[in-house]
Design a protein around this ligand. Sequence first.
Ligand SMILES: Nc1nc2c(ncn2[C@@H]2O[C@H](COP(=O)(O)OP(=O)(O)OP(=O)(O)O)[C@@H](O)[C@H]2O)c(=O)[nH]1
Ligand SMILES: [Mg+2]
Length: 339
Amino acid sequence: MLVDLAQIHVIAGSGGNGCVSFRREKYVPKGGPDGGDGGRGGSVKLLVDPHVRTLLDCREQPRYRADSGRPGEGNRRSGKDGRDLLVRVPTGTLVKDPATGEVMADLVREGDEFVAARGGGGGRGNARFATSTHQTPRRADPGEPGEERRLELELKLIADVGLVGLPNAGKSTLLSRISRARPKIAAYPFTTLEPNLGIASLDGERQFVVADVPGLIEGAHAGRGLGVQFLRHLERTRVLIFMVDATGESPVGDCAVLEREMALYGGSFERKPRIVVLTKGDLLPPESRAGAARDAGLPDARLISAQSGEGLRAMLEELWTLVAPASSEAAPKDATHGG
Ligand SMILES: Nc1nc2c(ncn2[C@@H]2O[C@H](COP(=O)(O)OP(=O)(O)OP(=O)(O)O)[C@@H](O)[C@H]2O)c(=O)[nH]1
Ligand SMILES: [Mg+2]
């Protein structure tokens, strides 16, 4: 199981200073104190947003600072509060103290919130200090500093997309091409013995987790090859990619083996959307590429090459439409990042 980690530095806003001011009125020689309170500093809050799939953003931009409160003003006017800064994190984010490893929060549901750094309170203005015996206080409180700390975020990645194929179909090669994962790749079957996960990123907002698992062969459900145990890693995926070697003897036969083995394994696989890709397109003669899917007897398949990159972008775009959360509008961008 791949774990996504990020260390962030959160700094809440400080409170605004209280104000020292005296009322000025015509013909009133000494007006009373009327300095207002400072505004509260903004807090930094972590918020679970199901549109966010990984901690990639937090890793790339680890510092979050919320606005400070404004100072109070004369006429008993309070300063404006600083805006809270929301850091959007994926479902299942654990928040830990990096020094002790202690778990401070386990953010599991959409909308769960954790105050990572509390904003400082505003200072009291001098209007608050007037008493019957002391009518011209020159005292006001300064705003409190905001909290500041470092936090460790940890997310156990659950794959969105599963790669299924016979040994040597090019699963690990594809994963290495579309993510930063570096699984072992070799020109012989059963290179992959353990699942590998990687994060595919179309752009900053659109990311998903892809799992590469060992190859399946005919009879895998009965224990042949590496069996089907590892398929449980794909049970929670949203989409499957059936990967079939375009240069193989019978792509349509290979695809049928995959269908059969998955069906015999059972589980939720039949209900999952899937796409079929023909791999290693670069090895086909250029003139036969356009009609390759039809010729292979898999008219709905798309031809890709992890080597040349052909067809990868379009495949990722299609995957995104199948993986994106139901409400597919992008999450609101404002107040997502600090400086
Ligand atoms: N020319 C070409 N070769 C490829 C391509 N994709 C994979 N290969 C080669 O095919 C062989 C198998 O690739 P892998 O990615 O290890 O295949 P796999 O599906 O992960 O195999 P297992 O882990 O054994 O199930 C390697 O020699 C790769 O270099 C491609 O797009 N073009
Ligand atoms: Mg492999």
